[in-house]
Design a protein around this ligand. Structure first.
Ligand code: LLP
Length: 439
């Protein structure tokens, strides 16, 4: 029996190229793959696999780089908590001077728990509940990003009943194609997000007459993992045009929230450049006397995290590398066909790179981390890192197949510490009740 000859879809970056492109990674001749100088095998020995590892220096460095690029623009960074909501990550973000963009009461309470001041928090989301609106108003957050006429009426009524005046911005839907995966495109007219561009001016004028709300400006967010500046430029130009029209009608407009969406390098694509992003913001809004905001998530934390896994076995003539990590841990490949580099933790490769499918043990074909990918072979018992999983990794994990949530370590200053223990398997059923009628 001979194995079918697999087809490689594109030229995949080699192990050496993946490591060389990531300043936090090195391969040591004795200790194998290092994250900020810390051997990842040592962490996996201690915690077992699957486990997550975050690099604190990488988060700090990237936040500083983005802050630097935006300097002089009267811009506040509101980190999109959804990308990675761990309290340690939120603390690093706060220490780096950023606020938070939250989309639920839970995220709001987490951000507050991490010490992020209420007046550094903005609340986005297409379906904020009355309870969440009350919580946000009670905390006194900086602004609510309103996504519909219906929500505007609700916020006005709740705020008025609480004797408050909420600062709001209207999230417009600029009907721009962000050129990214359909499931993470948010700024097209047929997406559920925001207020139709053509209806925004009238709604703004209406908002200005309502009790309990004070319209301060506009917001937009056109999608995620955006690599080209062209969609940003198009969306910002539409927003700037609307701001000018509103001001001409006598409306007060003081704020513009430019959203997030900056893309990172997963394979060999060039990441979105903070300088180019700043340039697009300056070109559209510079000189307009606005307080500007951004809501980056992925760009700040994506490259800073990885998922470590052990190889359970290689099967079908080494066609499939089966890991002990699965889609319940990292769902991005199953959901978005996303690329995550697969790199051995060992000091050297066990053989020449070969084309394989890297899969998890879950009973779904979608439980595939890499298809027809050129990877370094790793024997059963060896380990790999799935790279660039710091954003939308742990936060999207589930316990599907009764697989407990994996532990998390954070590396800093040449050492590491556990920031979340492995979930005990009993925790999976600890809240479940077997009703009496089954007796
Ligand atoms: N602001 C708003 C209103 C958003 O909806 C999002 C992301 C962000 C900011 C942050 O976007 P970022 O800078 O991280 O691209 N789970 C998907 C990504 C979903 C993004 C949802 N919204 C993934 O794994 O690719």
């Amino acid at each position: 029996m001979s194995a079918p000859a697999p087809q490689i879809s594109a030229a995949d970056p080699t192990t050496a190229e993946l490591i060389a492109a990531r300043p936090h990674l090195k391969r040591h001749a004795m200790d194998g793959l290092l994250l900020d100088g810390v051997p990842l095998n040592a962490i996996a020995d201690a915690l077992g696999t699957p486990c997550w590892v975050y690099s604190a220096p990488t988060i700090r460095r990237r936040l500083a780089e983005l802050t630097q690029a935006l300097a002089g623009l009267n811009t506040h960074i509101h980190y999109a908590v959804k990308a990675n909501d761990h309290l340690a990550v939120l603390t690093l973000v706060r220490q780096g001077g950023a606020g938070a963009d939250v989309v639920s009461g839970g995220e709001l309470l987490r951000a507050r728990r991490a010490g992020i001041a209420a007046d550094h928090i903005v609340f986005s989301g297409v379906g904020k509940t009355a309870e969440e609106i009350r919580l946000a108003l009670g905390e006194g957050i900086y602004q609510l990003n309103v996504e519909s006429a219906e929500e505007l009426a609700t916020i006005s009524a709740i705020a008025a009943s609480m004797g408050r005046t909420a600062d709001i911005v209207l999230r417009i839907n600029p009907d721009v194609d962000a050129g990214t995966h359909a499931k993470i495109t948010t700024g097209k007219a047929d997406n559920k997000f925001g207020i139709a561009y053509g209806e925004a001016a009238a709604l703004y004028a209406h908002a200005a007459t309502l009790p309990g709300v004070r319209p301060q400006g506009l917001a937009l967010h056109i999608g995620s993992q955006i690599l080209s500046m062209a969609p940003y430029r198009a969306a910002f130009a539409r927003a700037a045009e609307l701001i000018r029209a509103l001001r001409a009608q006598g409306q007060t407009v003081t704020r513009m929230d430019c959203g997030g969406g900056l893309g990172i390098t997963y394979g060999d694509e060039a990441e979105a450049s903070p300088a180019a992003f700043a340039g697009a913001i300056r070109a559209a809004f510079g000189g307009m006397d606005l307080t500007l905001m951004t809501e980056p998530g992925r760009w700040l934390v994506g490259p800073a995290g990885m998922l470590l896994a052990s190889v359970v076995l290689n099967k079908a003539h080494d066609r499939f590398m089966v890991l002990d990590a699965a889609m319940n841990d990292l769902i991005r490949p199953a959901m978005y066909d996303s690329f995550h580099g697969v790199v051995p933790l060992a000091a050297s490769n066990a053989g020449p790179d070969r084309v394989m499918d890297v899969v998890g043990p879950v009973c779904e074909t979608g439980d595939t981390f890499a298809r027809n990918r050129l990877v370094a072979p790793v024997e059963a018992g060896g380990r790999v890192a799935l790279l660039d999983a710091g954003a939308y990794g742990t936060v999207m994990s589930s316990t599907y197949n009764s697989r407990p949530l994996a532990p998390i370590a954070m590396v800093d200053g040449g050492t590491w510490t556990v920031i979340r223990a492995r979930q005990p398997v009993e925790a999976l059923w600890s809240g479940e009740i077997i009703p009496d009628f089954t007796a």
